[in-house]
Structures are given as C-alpha cells and as structure tokens.
Design a protein around this ligand. Structure first.
Ligand code: COA
Ligand code: MG
Length: 295
C-alpha cells in the first residue's frame, strides 16, 4: 500500500484579513482551510491579512483540517513578504497561484526548505500546492509537476484561465474542458492530487452537486470552495459512494482468491477483472479509509 492519503476533498478559502471567517472555518469539519492573501484580499489589506493569518496559525486549533496559506503569485512583488510573514506559523502547506513554469515553484521550494532548516522542522514536511490558471501554466504542466518532490496537488482555476485565454465561462464548461483534462492527466502521471475549480454560485447546491460529481468521475480528488454551504456537498461527492465501496471490496476479495489460484485475469459478474480494475478498486478503498468510512 502507498502512504496514507491526505484527504483534500473540499478546500475552503477565506480572506486572510477576516479573523471571523478563519474562526468559522474551524467549526465546519472541512478537509482543507486555505487562508488567502491573494485575490480575496484588497490591496490595502495585504499587510493586515499577513498578520491575521500568522496569528491564526499560532493561536487557533485547526483540528483535523489542513492549514494552508495562499500567497500572492511570484512576480507580484508581494510573494516574499507573504511567505516571510506567515511561514513561522508552520502551515502544513503553501498554495501558490498562477504558476506558469517550474521557476516559481523552485523559488518557493528554496524558501520553504530554508525555513524548515532554520526552525529545526523535519525537511520536506510542508507541502506545496500549485494553481494552474493561465495558458502558460497549462502548456508547462509537465515541467511544473517535475519542479519539486514537495508538490502535493494541482489546483485548477477556471475564472482566471478563462480571462487569460479570452474565453467566456459557461455552465457546461466546454471552454475549460481541455485545461481540466490536462490538469487531471498530469496529476495522475506524477502521483499528485487534482483539485477542481470553484463553483461561484454558492446558493445553488444542486448545480454544485452535479459539477462535483462530474469532477469526481473525471478523476479529480477534490474541489475548491468559497462558502460554508458548499463543504458537505463537495465532501460527499468526493467520498466513495457505498455502492462503489461494496463493488471494490468484492473485486479485491475475488482478486485475492484468483491470485492464490495463479490467475491474473478472471471474470466477475460477466466482466473481466485484471490489474487496472484491481488498482482502481484499491484506490476506491484508499479514499474511503482516508475519508474515515472504511477500515
Ligand atoms: N469561510 C468561512 N466562513 C465563511 C465563508 C468562508 N469562505 N464565507 C462565509 N462565511 C461565514 C460568514 O462569516 C457567515 O458567518 P457569521 O454570520 O457567523 O459571520 C456565514 O458563513 C454565512 O455567510 P454569508 O452571509 O452567506 O456570506 P457573506 O456575505 O458573509 O460572504 C462571500 C460571502 C462570498 C464574501 C464569502 O463567502 C467569502 O468571503 N468567500 C471566500 C472569498 C475568497 O476567499 N475568495 C478568494 C478565493 S476564490
Ligand atoms: Mg485565481
């Protein structure tokens, strides 16, 4: 079995200058809490947001939620101060927006490694999550995935991508289908998680449920969220359904029996089962264990 999966079904943002929303996030049983210093924060509030995030990291109990900070992008002139002001609070991961190539991640890798060494923290513990939300980010995905072993996940940003390529966002999302597919494909090829776009209409729970279920079928491991209402819907969509778990268990039991008889391929319910089907069943069960719904 591979290393236990870090659950990243819902990744909730809140503006880093909102202490109230950070505190609220900790009551929501959400997999990832991402305190934003980027687009959710007004230019005039950047410094205040850094201080609020730093204090939250030091003083609040995040429980089972992963503590993440989103910096401003490399080249904005804010990124170094964002990191310097917050890394001492020991976030579990750093989200870098608008990653366009390996250089931005190499810069962040060096900064985070230096902070770990200076603080005496275990090397490589703090994860990096790269946002892919520009045309260059999409065409450079391979180099981005190869930039650093510290990379844990790719996060797809649909609104920024659409504006970068001159597309108009639609409900069906044909304009972002290529980029979403590329993100899932690269994440899978490099053993990373893939986290899908925000559903901005947060009052529409049904639309969100449909989009989240479709993303799970495409291979995404989670979805970004911007409002507390979205969390349960998203976390349910990315946890394996009971039927999927029951089927995975049957496949794994039958596979063990077949292996014992020296059979690599065998039939179950009139369908062929071989290595890729068994691997998919193992992935379902790993996700279920990470979600706390299977032993
Ligand atoms: N995280 C934590 N708590 C949140 C939240 C979030 N993202 N969004 C709303 N809440 C809280 C509100 O504070 C409120 O709680 P309270 O009454 O105890 O203060 C409750 O949930 C209901 O919120 P609601 O009144 O429906 O929304 P709002 O008008 O306060 O905020 C938004 C609406 C869109 C501004 C807000 O959801 C938000 O800030 N989202 C994240 C924006 C962001 O970070 N963008 C950048 C990344 S894409
Ligand atoms: Mg963005």
């Amino acid at each position: 079995m591979s290393a236990p999966l870090r659950l990243r079904r819902a990744l909730l943002y809140m503006p880093g200058d909102s202490h109230r929303k950070i505190e609220k996030a900790l009551t929501l049983n959400v997999d990832c809490v991402c305190m934003d210093l980027e687009d959710g924060v007004a230019v005039s509030q950047k410094a205040a947001a850094r201080a609020t995030v730093r204090q939250a990291l030091a003083e609040l109990d995040f429980g089972r939620s992963e503590k993440l900070v989103r910096l401003n992008g490399v080249g904005t002139g804010w990124e170094a101060a964002d990191l310097a002001a917050t890394i001492g609070g020991r976030p579990q991961g750093v989200v870098l927006p608008k990653v366009e190539g390996p250089e931005a991640l190499a810069w962040l890798e060096a900064q985070v490694a230096a902070a770990e060494a200076a603080q005496g923290w275990p090397a490589g513990e703090i994860g990096l999550l790269a946002m892919i939300e520009t045309a260059r980010g999409v065409v450079n995905l391979k180099a981005i995935c190869e930039a650093t072993p510290r990379l844990r996940a790719l996060i797809f940003g649909a609104e920024d991508l659409a504006s970068d390529i001159g597309a108009t966002r639609t409900a069906e999302g044909a304009e972002v289908a290529y980029a979403r597919g590329a993100v899932v494909m690269h994440a899978a090829a490099y053993g990373l998680q893939a986290i899908d776009m925000v559903y901005v209409n947060y009052a529409d729970g049904e639309g969100l449920a449909r989009e989240a279920a479709a993303a799970a079928r495409l291979g995404f491991s989670g979805k970004q969220a911007i409002h507390p209402k979205q969390i349960e819907v998203i976390q349910a969509a990315f946890a394996p359904a009971p039927e999927a778990m029951a089927k995975a268990r049957r496949v794994l039991e039958a596979a063990a029996a077949a292996q014992a008889q020296g059979l690599g391929a065998f039939a179950l319910d009139d369908k062929m089962v071989d290595a890729p089907v068994i691997k998919a069943a193992e992935t379902v069960m790993a996700r279920a264990r990470a979600a706390g719904i299977a032993d």
